[in-house]
Design a protein around this ligand. Structure first.
Ligand code: ARG
Length: 560
């Protein structure tokens, strides 16, 4: 039952179409006043009356029915009370029958969204700085899919640049295939750091590096073989982390993929008169738009990060015909995205308006926490292993007989890290604390996962769900029902604002409402009718929490 739709059908407002009216109807944060509300100031322009008067007139003309029991005007708002029994009954039926589809929608049917996220750099360590892009991007992929969109998840690999020439020089001097295969990314980092130390003393190394990079570009067999080795090692290493975080991609087309796709773009820029030469370099002047110029070609003719991004955007449009193309990249790159989006617009690409930079804040580790350091970066793998180990220790202490301890520790440990990164508005900087994310109290993943496990034990205890009807609901029960009913709106809003944290906050709200109900109401009670009603609530909460966590890439556990 779509109450908002029902309300729009019952209100006739001249000059306002039903879809618009639908969009105006809100669900108030506090259900004491009503279950739905229409802020009448939004109608003042069309109806040419003050909001208070509009609300009164509409309330007077409203006739209650089996779904809406009451409609009152309060301070320019029209508040609707629904027939709560009827609502609870139909909602629970809907959640239980839809199961893992509950909350999904087909608003995205026929539309495609490209999501560029994680986008790691080859031969560089996968550190805590990559956590946000990876988990925000992955959650957005799952959320958009849930809403019926076709999603193309893209890992725009950083696999191009002189650093690969440097790496070959370093490899030839201080490493070997065996060493790289054995110590993997650690070995690549070691020789890369060493290169920088040594090149300070011997600048001729940089010429050698440029030479090798040129060889890679020219298709030299041996240099490319080494480059492929570095790439393979990096991808194998990050894949372990992607597996832990339930992250997948549809494309790994990285920067080097666009090597042969930039020339046409550069000619187009020239043909359209957008290129200026400045100190020998080709640029697009953006002064008029209050930005520094966008660099297209260096004076030696080589391309840049922005050149590749412009070519990639054109390629994505041609290949996927996206409705939106998102870039989940830290706010440090704000200018880069503004610049190249502007260049696309100046090229006359009407779809430049569909490009979105989904910016997020920084993650740092609480000072003083224990962390394995390689160079001076904190590896994401170490963070995940630490939380998994810590989760395992807690299980050993509190519930040593638990079945499948390792699996539970993995779900709790990785879940804590993902949830911690998705808990706040994405633009905020985060200070990561092991103790905080692993706590069972407060706004944490273990708290939500524990609530799911609690639902499970209630379900196991109560047995088969039987029929129920006509229950006089108390406030705790109704609060759970009311939060349950908001899920699909939350999912839609999180997609609209590119904000997975809405889903995270929602999971916390639902867990809190359920735990209050669990403490306040005996579920396995004598009264069969009441027991079945409460059991249905419990099952619906389990389904909805599981769906919410799944959208975030977090596993649930039966017991913990
Ligand atoms: N590899 C880049 C970095 O680490 C991020 C790439 C983001 N995606 C893009 N299309 N520019 O900074």
């Amino acid at each position: 039952m779509d109450y908002k739709k029902h309300i729009t059908e019952k209100l006739n407002i001249e000059g306002l179409d039903k879809n618009q009216l639908y969009g105006f109807i809100e669900t108030p944060p506090n259900t004491d006043m009503g279950d739905f509300a229409l802020p009448c100031f939004k109608l003042a322009k069309i109806m040419r009356r003050p909001p208070v008067k509009i609300a009164e007139d509409l309330a007077n003309g409203f006739i209650a029915d089996e779904f809406i029991s009451d409609c009152t005007a309060v301070n320019g708002y029209l508040n609707f009370k629904i027939n709560r029994d009827g609502y609870a009954f139909s909602l629970l039926k809907e959640v239980l029958s839809l199961g893992d589809k509950y909350g999904s929608d087909n608003v995205g049917a026929g539309k495609t969204v490209c999501i560029d996220y994680s986008s790691i750099n080859i031969a560089k360590p996968f550190h805590i700085g990559h956590l946000s892009t990876t988990v925000i991007g992955s959650a957005l992929c799952k959320i958009f899919k849930f809403l019926g969109y076709k999603v193309v998840g893209i890992n725009h690999l950083g696999d191009y640049g002189t650093q690969f020439g440097k790496l070959i020089v370093a490899f030839k001097r201080w490493s070997s295939e065996e060493a790289v295969l054995k110590d993997r990314l650690k070995e690549l980092t070691r020789i890369y750091v060493k290169y920088h130390d040594e090149a300070k003393l011997d600048p001729s190394m940089d010429d050698e590096a440029r030479h090798y990079f040129k060889l890679i570009e020219d298709g030299d067999k041996e240099s490319n073989k080494l480059f492929e080795l570095f790439k393979k090692i990096t991808l194998e290493e990050v894949d372990k982390i992607y597996k832990l975080l339930n992250v997948t991609f549809d494309s790994y087309a990285g920067e080097s993929f666009y090597n042969d796709k930039m020339a046409p773009v550069v000619s187009e820029l020239k043909d359209k008169g957008l290129i200026k030469i400045s100190d020998g370099a080709s640029i697009v002047d953006l002064e008029e738009y209050g930005m520094p110029p966008c660099l297209i070609l260096k004076s030696d003719g080589s391309t840049l990060y922005a050149t590749r991004d412009i070519a990639a955007a054109v390629y994505r449009k041609n290949t996927y015909d996206f409705d939106k193309c998102l870039y989940v990249v830290a706010y440090q790159q704000n200018l880069h995205f503004k610049q190249f989006f502007k260049v696309l617009e100046l090229m006359g690409k009407e779809w430049a308006k569909d490009m979105v930079h989904v910016a997020y804040g920084m993650v740092s580790l609480e000072s003083g926490s224990m962390s394995t350091r390689s160079g001076n970066v904190v590896l994401l793998e170490d963070v995940l292993n630490t939380t998994i180990e810590k989760a395992y220790k807690v299980i050993e202490e509190k519930n040593p007989d638990l079945a499948d301890k390792e699996k539970v520790a993995k779900a709790v440990g990785t879940g804590a890290v993902i949830f911690g990164a998705l808990c706040n508005n994405k633009i905020k900087d985060i200070v990561f604390s092991y103790d905080r994310v692993l706590s069972f109290e407060g706004e944490t993943c273990p708290y939500v996962q524990y609530t799911v496990a609690r639902c499970n034990s209630v379900i196991a205890k109560c047995g088969q769900l039987g029929d129920y009807n006509g229950v006089q609901m108390n406030a705790d029960e109704y609060e759970v029902i009311s939060v349950l009913g908001k899920f699909s709106d939350v999912v839609k809003a999180s997609a609209e604002k590119y904000e997975p944290s809405y889903v995270t906050r929602y999971a916390l709200d639902l867990a809190t409402a359920f735990n209050k109900f669990y403490i306040g109401c005996k579920i396995a009670c004598e009264d069969e009718n009441l027991k079945n009603f409460r059991l249905a609530i419990t099952k619906a909460v389990k389904i909805t929490l599981t769906n919410a966590l799944t959208l975030l890439g977090i596993d649930t556990v039966e017991q913990m």
